[in-house]
Design a protein around this ligand. Structure first.
Ligand code: GLY
Length: 400
């Protein structure tokens, strides 16, 4: 990775302005401030974007997809870092972050679903990933609330889950304790002076001076007209588009009466998951729809999620429905994130995490803080360089 410059614009109000206080931006701001840089975190609604809807699955193996092996390696690396990341976030913030470490179950409802499950298993096996094939009876032994009508499943011992809202609260608190200055404004653009980043233009017209700007604004990172990169050449606006995910939040009793572990599955071809946090709360998700920047939950989406989740775990129907939420996954053309320096000196991206924002927060924060402090970056980060897409300024010279 090329090292971004942090001290090129004196006098700087801060060294680094991070735009976007979701799970990625908060983690980045905290890690960078821990290394001694002066950091501002710009967001008018911290923690209210995609992180607010996320279920928090740490599921590199269950979510492995053909052709996305580099992404899988990054997800596995981030999962490996997660226990330490969480322990440090808890210690630095003084806040609890529920972490579900029971094996994830992946189950099939009908014969076609079972075929899809076996294809996934074969692929996981080829990659040497640790997955156990289970009969329907084995599945119910592990999770007695599962429907007796399932066709079989997989157990993924290493796929876990975290409460993402608690995590974001902890990361924000840890960031503030490390000296991060929250800036409760919307970022309306990047200030460029003499061909390099000089700060962030805020929506009220004021400017925040910073030698480096890290854009972690999720789906808004790709909005050329009015996003945080508006005003820049369109070559510098990354190809990130919103993909809506709707989830339902339910509340009932904790295990053993309630669901004890994450259950994912196919129900007549539709994917669905139910993620418990150990205290009776369960998130059911998620739809995946290209609806632009629309965050309304349709009746059809809520119906489909409940229908499919109750097919897998009928007793979920007895829980209180406390929330319907939709947010926007930031998707790139290859489904992989954009992490690193851009062609504009001082502009760094940490966005485009699509389905894996919570999982990838650990490795992304470490990669960006390494980039900004000249430390060695995690292995394999070149595959996620923002300049891999032609439209992201790949033809321009990047300073060392
Ligand atoms: N990773 C879960 C989702 O995107 O719905």
């Amino acid at each position: 990775m090329t090292h971004a410059r942090v001290d090129r614009t004196p006098p700087a109000a801060c060294d680094v302005a991070v735009v976007g206080a979701g799970v990625i931006g908060s983690a980045v701001a905290w890690r960078v401030a821990e290394r001694g840089l002066r950091v501002a975190l710009v967001d008018d609604h911290p923690g209210c974007g995609a992180s607010y809807a996320a279920a928090g699955m740490l599921a590199p193996v269950a979510e492995a997809s053909y052709g996305e092996e580099a992404l899988l390696r990054l997800c596995l690396e981030s999962a490996r870092r997660y226990p330490a990341f969480l322990a440090e976030a808890r210690a630095a913030s003084g806040l609890a972050v529920p972490h579900q470490t029971r094996a994830t179950l992946v189950v099939a409802t009908d014969d076609d679903d079972l075929r899809a499950l076996l294809v996934l298993h074969r692929y996981q096996d080829e990659l040497g990933l640790s997955v156990r094939r289970l009969t329907a009876r084995d599945c119910r032994r592990l999770e007695p609330l599962l429907s007796p009508r399932l066709r079989g499943g997989l157990a993924v011992d290493g796929d876990h889950a975290v409460d993402p809202r608690a995590l974001v609260r902890a990361l924000l608190a840890a960031a503030v304790r490390a000296g991060v200055r929250p800036v409760p404004h919307r970022a309306a653009g990047v200030v460029v002076t003499d061909g390099a980043v000089a700060g962030v233009r805020l929506a009220d017209g004021s400017e925040l001076t910073a030698g480096t700007v890290v854009v972690a604004a999720g789906a808004w990172s790709g909005r050329a007209a009015d996003g945080p990169l508006s005003g820049l050449s369109t070559d510098l606006v990354p190809p990130v588009r919103p993909v809506q995910g709707a989830v339902l939040r339910l509340r009932g009793r904790p295990a053993p009466d309630g669901l004890a572990r994450t259950v994912r599955g196919w129900v007549h071809g539709s994917p669905v998951y139910a993620v418990p946090y150990g205290d009776g709360r369960v998130v059911v998700g998620a739809t995946s729809e290209e609806r632009g920047f629309d965050t309304r939950v349709t009746a059809g989406a809520a119906h489909a999620l409940l229908r499919d989740a109750l097919t897998l775990v009928p007793s979920l129907g007895e829980l209180e429905l406390v929330e319907t939420t939709a947010r926007l996954r930031p998707c790139t053309p290859d489904n992989a994130p954009l992490i690193g320096a851009t062609a504009l000196p001082g502009l760094v991206l940490a966005t485009g995490h699509y389905r894996n924002g919570v999982l990838l927060a650990a490795v992304t924060a470490d990669a960006v803080s390494a980039l900004l402090t000249g430390e060695p970056s995690p292995d394999g980060m070149d595959a996620f360089c923002p300049r891999r897409f032609a439209g992201a300024g790949a033809d321009q010279e990047v300073p060392a």
